[in-house]
Design a protein around this ligand. Sequence first.
Ligand code: TRP
Ligand code: ZN
Length: 461
Amino acid sequence: MAAARIAVALLAALAVTSCNGGVSGTPGASGTRDQLFPRLGNDGYDVQHYSLDLEYDPASGNLSGGATIVARATKDLSAFDLDFAGMDVRAATVDDEPAAVNRAGDELTLRPHEDLDRGETFTAYVRYSGRPRTITDLDGAQEGWLKSADGGVLALGEPAGSMAWFPSNNHPSDKATYDIKVTVPDGLQVVSNGELASTAHNGGLTTFNWQTKQPMATYLAMLAIGHYEIDDKGTTKSGIPVYTAVAPDAKQKTAEVVAQLPDIIAWEEAKFGPYPFSSTGVIVAPAKSAAYALETQNRPVMPLDQFDLSTLVHELAHQWFGDSVTPAAWRDMWLNEGFAQYSEWLWSEDHGGMSAQDRFDIEYAKGDGDEIWAFPPAAPPTAADVSGRPVYVRGAMVVHKIREAVGDEKFFALLQDWLRTHRHANASTKDFTRFADEEAGHRLTEVWNTWLYGDGKPDSP
Ligand code: TRP
Ligand code: ZN
C-alpha cells in the first residue's frame, strides 16, 4: 500500500501518465508549440477567469496569496501545466481536492485527484508566497516584478513577465477575464487593469479590487503599487471612464499630455471604431521603473523617461491593435507593433506634422544594410526579434502599402472591419492577409510577398 502510494506520488510528480480508475487522460504538454516561445503557455485547457487575492508587504518585499483559475479542459487530462517563475507554492487544489504539485523551471504541474474530462470546466487554486523575481527578457531588459526606489512596484512584462506574480497559461492565445485583489499598507495605491470595484480598509491595510470584464492576454496584466496621484473624474466624449495615475515626480512634466488622453481616444475612435474596453487611462510610473512603456489593457504603463505624446498615441492604439485583437502567436507581433507605429504616423499627419508618406519615404531611404531590412516583419527569425525594428517600422510600411493599394476610403473601412470582426479575440497574420484581400476585392500579392514576407529591402518604394 505504502509502496503503491509512493509509486502514485512519483507518477504524479513526473506527470508521466494517467493511473486513474480507467479514465484515459494524459498530461497536457508544457507549451503551445509557439514557434518563438515554445515554453510559454500550456496545452490541454482554456482559461476563462483568473481571480487573484494577494497581499504585498513593502517592508519585507514579500508577496503572498492565491490564484483561482477557472478553465475548461480541451482534452482528457491527467495533469496540466501552468507557467510560474520563482515564489514558493504552498498548496494547490483542483475542484477543492488537493492536487499534486511539481515544479521544473518555469513550469508548475498540477495533477488533480481525478482526471479531467474533455469539455469539463474545473477550478484550480494555487496558494503561494515569496519574493517575486524579475525575469530577464530577450533584450536583457528586466520585467516581471520591478521594485522602484520609492517602495513601489510595477508588475508587468511582455512577453513573459506575468508569470513572476501569478501562475497562468502564459500565452496570448488564451485570453480570460480577471478579478485582482491586492492588499497593501494604508497610504499606498494599487492600480491595475479594468475598473476599481472597491477599496476596503482594515487594520492599517487597504484592499484594492480591480475587475477586468473583457478578455485579456496574460502579457497585458499589470499592477502598479506606489504613491500615485489618481484622477478618476473624467470620461471620454464617448462616455468611457478615464482613470489616470501619475507618480508625483512626473506630474508637472506630463500633465499637459495626460490631459489630452480623452482627445487621443476620440481621434482613435474616429480612425479605428469604438473603444473596445469599459475604461481607459494611463499610468505614468517613476522614471526608469521599467525598461519600456507597455500597452497594459485599459491603461498603458509609461515610465516617465519613456513618456511623450507620440508614445501615448502608440500605447493607446494598442488597445485596439493587440489588446482587443490579440496575436494568435508571438510571430504575429507585427499585427500589434506595425499598426501601433502606423498610428503614430497617422496622428502626425492629422496634427500638422509629417505625413505618413513622408515617414514612409524617410524609412525607405535607409540603406540596404539598415536593421529595418534585417528580416520580414511577419517572420521574425528568433524570439529576440519579436520586438525588433522590422516588426515596428517595416510593419508600419506594410500598413502604408495596403493603404496605397486600396485608397483611403477602403483602407479605413478595412481597419474598422478587421477590428470589429476580431474584437476581443485572437488573429494570425494569415487571418489578416485573407481578410484584407477580401476587403480589397483582389489579392494584395505584391504587398504580402515583397513587404510582409520578402527578405531584404524591396527594390522599389
Ligand atoms: N509592446 C511594447 C510597446 O508598445 C514594447 C515591448 C516590450 C515589446 N516588450 C516587448 C514588443 C516584447 C514586442 C515583444 O511598444
Ligand atoms: Zn508597441
